[in-house]
Design a protein around this ligand. Structure first.
Ligand code: FE2
Length: 565
């Protein structure tokens, strides 16, 4: 059974290939068309997955799409349904009219048959939040509570689910416009960042806000009602995110209430840092209220958390402390780029009742290159290079000598975080390393922290608690005593966005950090994604060469080849 799971709507479009229940490959379209957060149909991603696996499209049995447009059609739109100027419109005007006759609940998915070269390929359109919740199927949990939260998918902005073996069932739904994702985007926009894109900047900025007597906290908290059942309501008079014809997520009333203007400068004054802190704090209030209610409902110690809100690693790192969940699975692609993947697993495991046989242990799911392929590209561009037999050892030594290196090994990561295959690596012992990386390659806001990739067995020595975070999905506190040793990764509030590295997850990257540890007695390196500002993470050899020559990087290591300037 060959399934293509697709996210085709919104930004971060992507494709994933699942064959007989195993995830064979995944990639976001932006990595191939080089348009950051692209909204284009993932046709390059589909072609890549087919070519890589020597498949023709007609060998695919089904497509799983992470959106069920029938739900949107429930709201009958006369002018759209009558407008036949574009004849293929009948593909929606027919169901649109027929649904008018239907008083039952719209199903969680619907199916189209596509006749393609004598083959019938089925297209399953699957409810968006079920697609997010389906991360359960590759979580490794036999049973689990599941929370999904994002901006919106069809009508929902979130949901409570329970997963058991081959089935997930909905317990409750959160409905748009009461949306945690849009709530956070509103403050992202007031701070002058791009909503639905730059939320991580707001998260980074929150560390610089004052905690006590923060005047914004109460004001924002007053705009939200939290309920015992885990749901919440926003006071919609203060928000505009649901009025799609209006230019901003916020309105005048909200700015007056907060006594603030939209930030128009490229840097943030203290006022905006304080606002960031308050928005993050209220985000966490809403999240933990939901999680605690979900625990009460399910009494499960296991939690799967997905949807764009699960990208908030600062909140993710607090789940263990603030709830009774003990085991947490947050996929490396909790946002919509991973929703198509979820849809594929829902189809395979729940609709088709096929046995679960895959647990996601890493996100190295994209293109990789052989040494011969690397060599032919380097020769093509007449570059000077050197072959090295042990890239981990050479890389570690260079980092210990204060070099910032581009590290390109194995398969490209799926998701926003580079986890040691398309990474920029640097020495965490250097205080000025952040500004140095920013100056030579990232050109980004000074308040955004860089993350440490840490040997798993050493995490306890440097951080106040051990939490597995193999996808860099959690932020944790750095031990006070150790902060001086690793100033390059300690954020303003004493935290760090942790990546725990086990040998089994990435042997080559593990070896590099191990060698760095032998040289310096520090069991971690700085790990940030291999790209410059505004550019997607490097996918191909050409991408890293372009990044290398358009930045101040000193060295790059591609498989077993090193290039220096
Ligand atoms: Fe979503």
């Amino acid at each position: 059974m060959k399934i293509l799971g697709l996210n085709t709507i919104g930004f971060n479009t992507s494709a994933s290939l699942v064959i007989n229940g195993k995830l064979i490959g995944s990639i976001e379209e932006e990595r191939l068309n080089r348009e950051k957060r692209t909204r284009k149909f993932p046709i390059k991603s589909i072609s890549y997955l087919l070519n890589k696996n020597n498949l023709k499209f007609e060998q695919i049995d089904a497509l799983a799409i992470s959106w069920n447009p029938l739900i949107n059609l429930e709201k009958f739109n006369f002018s759209q349904s009558e407008d036949k100027s574009f004849i293929p419109n009948i593909t929606f005007s027919v169901p649109s009219y027929v649904l008018k006759l239907n008083s039952d609940k719209t199903p969680d998915f619907f199916v189209q048959d596509l006749k393609f070269k004598k083959k019938t390929i089925k297209i399953y359109y699957i409810n968006h939040h079920i697609s997010h919740a389906s991360s359960f199927f590759f979580s490794g949990f036999d049973n689990s509570a599941i929370l999904t939260l994002d901006a919106f998918g069809e009508k929902q902005s979130g949901g409570f689910y329970i997963g058991k073996k081959n089935e997930i069932n909905k317990l409750d739904s959160f409905y748009f416009p009461h949306s945690l994702g849009s709530f956070y985007s509103t403050f992202t926009e007031i701070c002058g960042f791009q909503p639905q894109s730059d939320e991580w900047k707001l998260m980074g900025a929150s560390a610089y806000g004052i905690k006590s007597n923060n005047i914004f906290y109460k004001k924002i908290r007053n705009l939200v009602d939290l309920y015992k059942n885990g749901k919440f309501e926003l006071n919609l008079k203060y928000f505009n995110h649901y009025m799609f014809h209006r230019p901003y997520f916020f309105n005048k009333k909200l700015l007056t209430h907060l006594n603030i203007k939209k930030n128009k400068k490229s840097n943030l004054s203290q006022k905006y840092y304080n606002l960031s802190y308050a928005a993050q704090k209220v985000f966490e209030d809403i999240l933990f209220n939901s999680l605690n209610a979900l625990y009460k409902k399910t009494k499960s110690k296991n939690l799967v958390f997905a949807g764009g809100c699960a990208l908030n690693c600062l909140a993710n790192g607090k789940i263990i402390k603030k709830t009774r969940f003990e085991n947490i699975f947050i996929p490396p692609v909790p946002d919509d780029s991973g929703a198509g993947l979820g849809a594929a697993f829902y189809l395979n495991n729940q609709i088709l009742r096929r046995k679960r046989s895959y647990v996601m242990k890493n996100n190295y799911l994209g293109p990789s290159y052989t040494n011969n392929e690397v060599l032919s590209v380097l020769k093509k561009y007449k570059l000077s290079y050197e072959y090295i037999s042990n890239p981990s050892l050479v890389g570690a030594k260079l980092i210990s000598e204060n070099k910032i290196i581009g590290w390109f090994q194995g398969s490209l990561e799926f998701g926003d975080r580079a986890l040691g295959n398309r990474s920029i690596l640097a020495d965490p012992r250097k205080k000025d390393i952040k500004s140095k990386i920013n100056k030579i390659v990232k050109y980004r806001e000074p308040f955004r922290p860089f993350a440490p990739a840490v040997l798993d067995e050493h995490v306890k020595n440097y951080f106040t608690e051990y939490q597995e975070s193999i996808f860099m999905e959690k932020t944790v506190n750095v031990k006070k005593k150790k902060q001086k040793l690793i100033p390059g990764i300690v954020h303003k509030d004493g935290t760090a966005r942790l990546q725990t590295v086990k040998k089994i997850n990435n042997p080559k990257f593990y070896k590099l950090i191990e060698e760095f540890y032998k040289l310096t007695n520090i069991p971690m390196v700085i790990n940030t994604s291999l790209n410059y500002k505004g550019d997607p993470i490097c996918s191909s050899i050409e991408d890293i060469l372009k990044t290398f020559y358009l930045s101040g990087l000193d060295v790059i290591i591609i498989n077993n080849y090193i290039i220096e300037k």
